[in-house]
Write a protein that binds this ligand. Structure first.
Ligand SMILES: Cc1ncc(COP(=O)(O)O)c(C=O)c1O
Length: 368
């Protein structure tokens, strides 16, 4: 069994994916070819916002968003410590300080009620992450941001396709950033990402920054990067987008089934009633997580830990003064199980049975 079986998806979509790739090879417009614009239009419509800008990765989506908002040295950006490194890394890369606010222990997303106390005169933005496929508590976050006149960037690398109060992830704040890394809910065959916004001038600025700050050929009003989405990756995404809504449904079904079968045995994901999750990760909590992971590995079930070290304790972002006990506790206990829309019922059952067996103590009781 694989943690995410990308080849199973390719086997099903080989015809349309190969045809889309062949079209690019035939027309030869490898950079900013017609597929990029077509994809941006379709993604903007899917998400329900005016502007989508295709980018070279989710990391670059965060970077160009921060640059477009003119955030830099001496500024502070409030974010979560319980995320992939890229979130804090891009804040630090532009010379700003990531200010880490602890999480809601049930959803693992930043706790909105702790944000206001972290705001200072140097705060320039709030950057929540919609972790594991469930949106952060965006209404409450936007309300705090509005009180202080701050923009909000949603790091939606893991939540593309999820909804928050019936609105799509990436349409919930000043800018939404997502990733098309191969294992993400909507993944390409290399690196890719996108920014979404309603704000026309921000959209233009993001587009310029992603192309060396260029507004017209060889004229550069801004400092930028080479951050464009490849035409070939856009072609792959266009083929996959046709079946994405069904895949999202399948993810939700498998997530709910796992939860039904694992309830009472382990702590299953808590999804708010007003949210849907795309289960980019299906993540449980258990005591002695490493022991369980090892026992599952021994019977051929791969697992992963997202994430074993909060960003406050990463050597590159070390922040010993940050007080994030909930993120630290979660980092010790979380374990992600195999999850993808093509995970067969038999494999789902095997995962559940293996977790059950691994948790049985010597008396035959199930222990947490
Ligand atoms: C929460 C989060 N933010 C940012 C990223 C960065 O995305 P990418 O790998 O496309 O650069 C990822 C993906 O790995 C992620 O999970």
């Amino acid at each position: 069994m694989q943690f995410i079986d990308l080849q199973a998806q390719y086997r099903q979509l080989k015809g349309p994916i190969d045809a889309r790739i062949q079209q690019v090879l035939d027309h030869g417009r490898y950079v900013l070819g017609p597929e990029v614009g077509e994809l941006e239009e379709r993604l903007a419509e899917y998400v329900g916002v005016k502007h989508c800008i295709g980018l070279s990765s989710g990391t670059d989506a965060l970077l160009v968003s921060l640059m477009a908002l003119d955030i830099g040295a001496g500024d502070e950006v409030i974010t979560t410590p319980f995320t992939f490194i890229a979130t804090g890394e891009m804040i630090a890369l532009i010379g700003a300080k990531p200010v880490f606010v602890d999480i809601d222990p049930r959803t693992y997303n930043v706790a909105p009620d702790l944000i206001e106390a972290a705001i200072t005169s140097r705060t320039r933005a709030i950057l929540p992450v919609s972790l594991y496929g469930q949106c952060a508590e965006m209404d409450a976050i936007n309300a705090v941001a509005e009180r202080h006149g701050l923009p909000v960037i949603e790091d939606a690398a893991q939540s593309f396709g999820a909804t928050y109060r019936s609105r799509r992830s990436c349409a919930l704040s000043t800018i939404g950033c997502t990733s098309f890394f191969p294992s993400k809910p909507l993944g390409c065959y290399g690196d890719g990402g996108a920014c979404f916004t309603e704000d026309e001038s921000l959209a233009t600025k993001i587009r310029w920054i992603a192309a060396h700050g260029q507004d017209r050929r060889y004229h550069h009003p801004l400092i930028g990067i080479n951050g464009r989405l490849d035409t070939l990756q856009a072609a792959v995404l266009l083929a996959k987008l046709d079946v994405f809504p069904q895949e999202v449904e399948e993810r939700e079904k498998i997530g709910r089934r796992y939860t039904d079968l694992l309830a009472g045995m382990v702590e299953t994901p808590y999804i708010e009633a007003h949210n849907t999750s795309v289960y980019a990760q299906y993540t449980i909590q258990v005591e002695e997580r490493d022991g369980l992971a090892e026992r599952l590995r021994a019977v051929g079930i791969p697992t992963a830990v997202h994430y074993p070290i909060p960003l406050t304790r990463q050597p590159a972002l070390l922040d010993p003064e940050a007080h994030v006990p909930r993120a630290s506790a979660a980092a010790e206990r979380v374990l992600s199980l195999p999850m993808s829309p093509w995970l067969s019922r038999e494999d789902q059952d095997r995962v559940v049975e293996s977790v059950k067996t691994a948790l049985m103590d010597r008396d035959g009781r199930v222990s947490r």
